[in-house]
Design a binder for this molecule. Structure first.
Ligand SMILES: [Zn+2]
Ligand SMILES: [Zn+2]
Length: 231
């Protein structure tokens, strides 16, 4: 499985995954023009786009992709929240597996401030990718994952320090804690899951002010002994 990050973080998210046969985009949170440029205008080689939830940093390019006749998969709640209708929208349902090319995709509910889904994506070639972002909690456990893409938005320690220094308003801090994944929670999640087959861990959606790339990478590497990437 090849994972390429076109954009990550609160200004926009877009990821390309491919297994040698099928190419998928996860999230369309940057302008469609930029996506086209990053893909060398080869969007016709993309078999589908998965959208987790309705926030702009995950949806900005949806209309452009639909207009370019790409299949965009999202939940009914997400279409309602964006206020979008199009014959290229493919609705998925929680915990109902669907297939795109050589991928079997299982959406599962995760906790955010709007309806949100993570994806378990299994390729016919045997690789198994877990994707989850914009959540403060994942209640499911997974086994046999080979590739993990998971949000590590902030660290409790840095966020609390920023509150004390008056850099972050306590109300905003509370909102972040109730909607995003902390490094500490990621480490707990990793401890609770079977990592024996993991080849790569990608940490996503790091906050500009409440995270530290070096520390995050080292902590997850130390806790798992796996290859950790921060795009
Ligand atoms: Zn986001
Ligand atoms: Zn969000």
């Amino acid at each position: 499985m090849i994972i390429k990050t076109l954009a990550t973080g609160s200004t926009g998210n877009c990821y390309l995954i491919e297994d040698g046969e099928t190419r998928l985009l996860i999230e369309l949170g940057i302008t469609f023009k930029r996506i086209q440029q990053d893909l060398n205008y080869e969007t016709s080689k993309i078999s589908g786009c998965l959208i987790s939830h309705s926030h702009q940093d995950h949806c900005k390019g949806v209309q452009g992709a639909l207009n370019a006749s790409m299949d965009v998969y999202m939940s009914k709640a997400t279409t309602d929240e964006i206020g979008i209708e199009h014959n290229r929208i493919r609705l998925y349902e929680n915990k109902k597996q669907f297939r795109v090319g050589t991928f079997n995709i299982l959406p599962f509910d995760i906790k955010h401030d709007v309806e949100n889904h993570g994806f378990l994506i299994q390729s016919d070639n045997g690789s198994k990718l877990l994707f989850a972002t914009d959540t403060f909690y994942v209640r499911y456990k997974f086994s046999g994952i080979t590739h993990l893409m998971i949000e590590a938005n902030y660290s409790e320690a840095i966020l609390n320090e920023n509150i004390e220094r008056g850099m972050i308003h306590p109300v905003l801090a509370r909102r972040i804690k109730a909607s995003h994944f902390s490094l500490e929670n990621v480490l707990e999640f990793l401890k609770a899951n079977d990592l024996s087959k993991i080849q790569e861990i990608h940490l996503l959606h790091l906050s500009n002010s409440n995270s530290d790339e070096e520390v995050f990478k080292k902590s997850v590497q130390a806790a798992t002994g796996k290859l950790v990437f921060i795009p």
